[in-house]
Design a protein around this ligand. Structure first.
Ligand SMILES: Cc1ncc(COP(=O)(O)O)c(C=O)c1O
Length: 408
């Protein structure tokens, strides 16, 4: 059982890394299934409130085989977009186990989600409510299980944000909902992604609960999303136990029994993923040739942008660092894009062509944010579990770059 979600030193032994690259080639996303299952249980057990449901925010990782692990762990799915819901359904989630909290759907998308049978919608604005009301009244007015709520906009807690509805808009919104035969039953609070300070969540609980009470038909609170993950050794670590206890204590004091929804993204999946990449070039620079410039066979386009994942991920070699001196090292991607650094000023032993590096904690916002920028096809994805491995997404070939292009 995990005591906390901690970053690891080396994800698995060198022999495993070699075997994986021999089987599937480099670069390669590798997910540790055992570690993922442990994290899923750890987070679930940290909130004792009995009416809590956990929904994995698949914006961070949409691989169906990984979503299935969340389903097996008793979680539902959190959808930011209809695409998230589509992947969730493919992974076998029941539509009523999918919570949508997104922004700016058009009416066709609302209709599609309702047709799929999704029942929980946290809408972003009063205008979205009006649109939803029209779609609902047209075809879906007999959906008995519908749970409708708003994303909450409270600048005093989260700063100015484009997302959500302010409490002063509630009275008019309640009337609008009623005119469509709907009730506003819940609120969705989102602290902002990658928040490692536990107090940033615990200090706002009372205010959020007080705001929920403004809805006469209040039944549920969705508390996000946004729980941080310590990418750097020694950095702040979100304290799930403390958060779970404080939230439970406050919610249990309420004069009604509400349902609690928690939708972690990166906190649940970041730590189980790594990218294996092979060294293809080594140069030494600096006045005394002290700086190592390592070229690897992957690129930032195979991962995600820094602004979302919050900085460079840790990069480790499989060498025994006690035996080999460490050097300041830049790890450079396989394009000439000026920002194609997988890591800067890393401390790594001296490396040779063919050595393997692991870029840690790439389970969240890794593959999900990879792109064809720089026109490099994406890596394969592999699930490693119980000492066995299996392919869960094929490596792309160059043909993918022609997908949907129309030309003579
Ligand atoms: C509404 C909502 N919930 C959950 C998430 C997942 O966030 P995190 O990875 O920070 O937990 C996001 C991310 O965009 C989101 O917008």
């Amino acid at each position: 059982m995990l005591a906390m979600i901690q970053i690891q030193q080396i994800p698995f032994p060198l022999e495993t890394a070699r075997e994986l690259l021999a089987s599937y080639r480099s670069p390669l996303y590798v997910y540790q299934g055992d570690r993922l299952r442990q994290t899923i249980d750890f987070i679930r057990n940290s909130i004792p409130y009995p009416r809590t449901k956990f929904h994995f925010a698949s914006v961070t990782n949409g691989n169906v085989s990984l979503l299935q692990i969340f389903r097996e762990g008793g979680w539902g799915l959190h959808a930011n977009t209809p695409g998230d819901a589509f992947l969730g359904l493919k992974a076998g989630f029941l539509p009523e186990h999918i919570v949508y909290s997104g922004s700016n759907l058009n009416s066709q998308e609302m209709e599609q989600m309702l047709e799929w049978g999704v029942t929980t919608f946290n809408l972003d604005s009063v205008e979205q409510l009006k649109l939803f009301g029209k779609v609902y009244r047209g075809k879906f007015a007999d959906s008995p299980q519908l749970k409708l709520g708003f994303r909450l906009n409270l600048p005093e807690l989260t700063g100015e944000s484009r997302i959500g509805v302010r409490p002063k808009e509630f009275p008019a919104a309640i009337t609008i909902a009623k005119s469509f035969g709907l009730k506003l039953k819940g609120l969705h609070f989102y602290r902002g992604t990658g928040t490692n300070a536990t107090e940033a969540f615990t200090q706002v609980i009372d205010k959020v609960l007080a705001t929920c009470k403004l809805l006469p038909d209040w039944e549920y609170l969705d508390f996000g999303g946004g729980f941080g993950y310590a990418y750097k050794r020694g950095g702040a670590v979100f304290d799930w136990q403390k958060f779970g206890e404080e939230l439970t204590r406050r919610v249990e004091k309420l004069d009604r029994k509400i349902d609690l929804i928690i939708e972690p993204g990166r906190a649940a999946i970041a730590s189980c993923g790594s990218i294996l990449t092979a060294v293809v070039s080594v140069k030494w620079q600096g006045e005394k040739q002290e700086k190592q410039i390592v070229g690897v066979d992957t690129t930032v386009a195979n991962l995600s942008v820094r602004s979302v994942h919050g900085g460079d991920r840790e990069i480790v070699s499989f060498k025994d660092t006690k035996k080999s001196p460490l050097h300041q090292t830049d790890v450079c991607g396989n394009t000439t894009y000026s920002r194609d650094y997988l890591g800067r000023n890393c401390q790594l032993p001296s490396l040779q062509n063919g050595d393997i590096l692991a870029i840690l904690d790439t389970g969240a916002y890794g593959y999900a944010m990879s792109s064809h920028f720089l026109h490099r096809p994406r890596p394969a994805e592999v699930l490693l579990e119980g000492g066995k491995h299996r392919l869960i997404r094929q490596r792309e070939g160059y043909d993918i770059l022609l997908n949907n292009q129309v030309f003579n």
